[in-house]
Design a protein around this ligand. Structure first.
Ligand code: TRP
Length: 447
């Protein structure tokens, strides 16, 4: 594939779709989506989420991919090229910093999933009959400084080993192996869940929309969740887009990535809620849902301990293809802008990230703080600036030409332009204002 010299690139369109979908599909889908939906009224949340994906996130995804593919550069270099000698490169810089910081708390949660695979293999879930017992296990694991830190280090090391292998030999290859395993595990667990006696209550929670539940906090959480889930707002998709050859057609690939992420979030809901309701659990358990509520139901499921092993493997795999993309953004920055070797950039960034991860591994409060600061604030600010850049600085005409490069027609080009220029900036600005008001006045929105 003909991407510029040293940088490397994806070998095929399928390789790109799998890697980008792997980035998008992560703890956001399997861990955060179910508990956000559970806390925010189920079907009402899901409906708003779908609207946000179509009208806000897909346009932003196209914007990021266009910037990346047009420049074949990672975020800082890309902004520099499209808007020379301007402050826009700081948007790229903010993205790199955000990626680094998200990786530093995400890897801690990802580490717990490996710890839980270990517990599942050892059959420890058989004695987690009550949610009190499950909570005690979770507190013991996440509260153990050494264990939590070691698992974080392990997860970061696994991530680094893949990223060190380069775009084609590492990222694309890992995605091609991991994503099919992931899909098989997920579909299998969904079938098990929806066929349990008592599953129907979970299904109606997911699909029967109560319109009175669509409140401002629900809209804010759903939109924030959708941005995070599609890996938007920090240049991850700029970076992955920069590895796509200009011979490939972007629109189909981008739609494939957005669709995959959304379908997988829905499947995660189908996996968690029927099983949860069947076992009499409550959907609003918050962030502990998959670590506390799920373990306490495994023992009541037939072959529960085997299911538990698969469930946490699923989480770990989803997390790994996401941490890969977070690390890649930072590594690509040092490779592209500072001419570091990929090897030095990978291990240097990974080690620095581990240092920043330690406080999150030691304290749930610090982890939560990092998650709000970077997962909510920085990402939405980044997404806003990206829309403004593409809509008003680089220009929608150039971006549309890039997106539809190689195609004869430009379906929806005008709709996309209007969304990126007007709708997305206004809505995302509203999101930022809402999360600021929520932080200052405590409006009770949880993310
Ligand atoms: N989207 C991933 C998830 O759902 C997390 C993630 C990976 C991410 N790369 C990102 C989020 C870049 C925001 C930006 O778990």
């Amino acid at each position: 594939m003909a991407t510029s010299g040293q940088r490397g690139g994806f070998n095929s369109k399928l390789g790109f779709i799998l890697a980008a979908a792997g980035s998008a599909i992560g703890l956001g889908n399997i861990w955060r989506f179910p508990y956000s939906a559970g806390e925010n009224g189920g079907a009402a949340f899901i409906l708003v989420y779908l609207v946000a994906v179509v009208f806000i996130c897909m346009p932003v995804l196209f914007a990021e991919l266009a910037i990346g593919r047009a420049t074949q550069k990672s975020p800082v270099g890309a902004f520099e090229q499209l808007a020379p000698k301007s402050g826009w490169k700081f948007v790229g810089g903010l993205g790199v910093l955000t990626g680094f910081a998200i990786l530093a708390f995400y890897a801690v949660i990802a580490g717990w999933t490996i710890g839980y695979v270990g517990k599942a293999v050892m059959g420890e879930f058989s004695n987690m009959a009550s949610s009190e017992a499950a909570e005690a296990v979770f507190t013991a694991l996440s509260g153990s400084p050494w264990y939590s830190t070691a698992l974080t280090a392990l997860f970061l090391a696994l991530t680094a080993l893949v990223v060190r292998g380069g775009v084609q030999g590492g990222i694309e290859r890992a995605a091609k192996v991991l994503m099919p395993i992931f899909l098989v595990l997920l579909v299998g667990l969904c079938i098990r869940s929806v066929t349990l006696p008592g599953a129907s209550e979970g299904l109606s929670f997911l699909f029967k929309v109560d319109f009175s539940k669509i409140t401002l906090p629900v809209v804010v959480s759903a939109l924030g969740q959708a941005l995070f889930s599609m890996s938007l707002g920090m240049g991850a998709m700029i970076t992955y887009g920069s590895y796509v050859s200009r011979k490939e057609r972007l629109p189909g690939a981008a739609v494939g990535v957005g669709l995959a992420d959304t379908v997988i979030a829905m499947l995660a809901g189908l996996m968690v809620f029927p099983a949860l309701f069947a076992a009499g659990g409550s959907p609003d358990a918050g962030p502990g849902l998959v670590f506390i509520a799920m373990p306490s139901i495994f023992h009541s499921l037939p072959a529960g301990s085997v299911i538990a092993v698969f469930f946490y493997m699923l989480l770990a795999i989803a997390a790994l293809t996401s941490t890969i993309s977070l690390l890649e953004v930072v590594v690509a920055y040092f490779v592209d802008q500072w001419n570091w070797s990929r090897r030095m950039a990978t291990w240097g960034v990974t080690f620095a990230c581990f240092l920043l991860a330690i406080p999150s591994a030691l304290s749930g409060d610090f982890l939560g703080f990092q998650s709000v600061l970077f997962g909510n604030y920085a990402l939405s600010i980044g997404a806003l600036l990206i829309c403004l850049f593409v809509g008003w600085r680089w220009g929608v005409a150039a971006a549309v030409a890039e997106i539809y490069h190689g195609l004869e027609t430009r379906p929806l080009g005008g709709v996309w332009s209007a969304l990126v220029r007007y709708v997305c900036p206004v809505v995302i600005l509203g999101l930022i204002v809402a999360i600021i008001l929520n932080s200052v006045f405590g409006l009770g929105m949880t993310f």
